[in-house]
Design a protein around this ligand. Sequence first.
Ligand SMILES: [Zn+2]
Length: 65
Amino acid sequence: MSPIFPCKGCGTFIERSTQHYRRMKGQVLCSSCTDARREAEAGALRQRHPLQRALIRIRRLWGEE
Ligand SMILES: [Zn+2]
C-alpha cells in the first residue's frame, strides 16, 4: 500500500508513492490540481509571450529553425 499525502493545492488526501513524493520535493498534487496547474501555466505562457511566439513563427518562415 502507498502512503497517503495531503494535496498541496486542495488538501485532499491522496495515495502516492514515496518515490513520487521525493521527486516532487513534497509538493504533491492530486490529479485535478495537476490538471488545473498545467492549464494555468499554459494559459500564462500564451498571455505572457505573444511577441516571442510571433518571433518563433517568423524564424520558422525564414527557415532558421
Ligand atoms: Zn488537489
